[in-house]
Design a protein around this ligand. Structure first.
Ligand code: SAM
Length: 325
């Protein structure tokens, strides 16, 4: 059996891509028993999923969808039934306990064949008072953009604001990608996010957290920027932020942080800001405020043409702008 036969479905399954949008058309039906077994082994049975399982309800939906597709088959492989029964049994346990464990699950983002970033993420979009405990589309788009333009990272110390679960910083320091980046510091204002980022760094790097080969992590609330201990970190050359301008009540704090960082660096830094355009007026308002603060804002060209390393939804437009002063 071609080991890569179910590669796309496997990639999508491991990062919980919506079941109804998966590449089911790549299955050549009817699926013989051995192929059914191999598909379950490549998804629910994948070693990463065995060790760090994706959301239980997602696995259940995946197996049910597969059974539906195979409904006219004379026989289903036992492993399909076993997977479903296993998920249903865990659902019963989840329903009887509301432990933190059931509010978090893992996602595995494929960078290269057989090279994944594993992140622990919240199963809710908003929890513990923050939107940052899961990875958002804008972070994936910015990751693709940086992978397509590695020269933007050449020798630069990177500071990420509002880093959430930490995908971007973890990706930039992946040894397998050999990106030419300097030090990477990922920050967020939420203590829960900082704790999650630390866990996710530990999941993806063997080395000591103080090692320059791993991303560093710190709490940075934008309105408390003046208290940030800059002397402990490399001066940032490149600022990154993804999906941080959805809430206009935070604009003045974010601008205060940018002003302080650009001042600290004598304007010898620039920022890449990726935003999902949910509300054109909100994005426009922030761009205007940037200009009032004497920043030059240039849209990055051909963002949507960058090769996509991730399973992205593509339903919402994501724009990236470069901010200089
Ligand atoms: C929608 S999430 C995006 C997370 C991540 N960048 C991504 O795209 O997956 C927005 C993040 O900004 C952080 N944030 C919002 N307001 C903040 C503030 N005033 N100071 C620091 N971080 C803030 C939140 O805690 C959250 O992690």
């Amino acid at each position: 059996m071609d080991s890569n036969k179910f590669g796309k479905l496997q990639q999508q399954f491991l990062c919980c891509y919506p079941v109804n949008k998966m590449a089911w058309s790549t299955l050549e039906l009817p699926l013989e028993l051995e192929a059914q077994r191999a598909l379950i082994a490549a998804t629910c049975g994948h070693p990463l999923n065995q060790r760090y399982p994706v959301r239980r309800s997602y696995q259940e939906a995946f197996v049910k969808r597969l059974m539906h597709l195979l409904k006219d088959h004379e026989e289903l492989h036992d492993d399909i039934y076993d997977s479903l029964c296993g998920q249903l049994a865990k659902a019963t346990i989840d329903a009887s306990t509301t432990t933190a464990a059931s509010q978090y699950a893992y996602k595995h983002y494929m960078l290269l064949p057989d090279k994944y970033i594993t992140l622990r993420e919240s199963t809710s979009f908003v929890s513990e008072g923050t939107t940052g405990l899961c990875t958002w589309e804008a972070a994936l788009v910015l990751a693709d953009y940086l992978l397509a333009h590695p020269s933007l990272l050449q020798g630069k110390n990177v500071l990420e604001l509002g880093a959430g679960a930490g995908l971007l910083g973890i990706l930039l320091k992946q040894p397998a990608l050999q990106l030419p980046v300097g030090q990477v510091l990922i920050t967020d204002g939420s203590a829960a996010c900082v704790q999650l980022m630390r866990e996710n760094i530990a999941l993806n790097f063997d080395s000591d957290p103080s090692d320059a080969a791993t991303p560093q992590c710190a709490q940075l609330r934008w309105h408390e920027i003046s208290q940030f201990p800059w002397s402990q970190y490399a001066a940032p050359d490149l600022l990154l932020a993804a999906d941080v301008i959805y809430d206009d009540t935070q604009f003045s704090a974010l601008l205060e942080a940018l002003d302080a960082i650009y001042e600290l660096r004598g304007n010898r830094c620039e920022m890449l800001l990726a935003s999902t355009v949910r509300n054109v007026d909100t994005v426009h308002e922030f761009m205007q405020q940037l200009e009032q603060h004497r920043y030059q804002v240039t849209p990055c060209a051909n963002v949507s043409a960058c090769a996509s390393h991730f399973c992205r939804d593509h339903t919402a437009a994501v724009q990236i702008v470069c901010i200089k002063r």
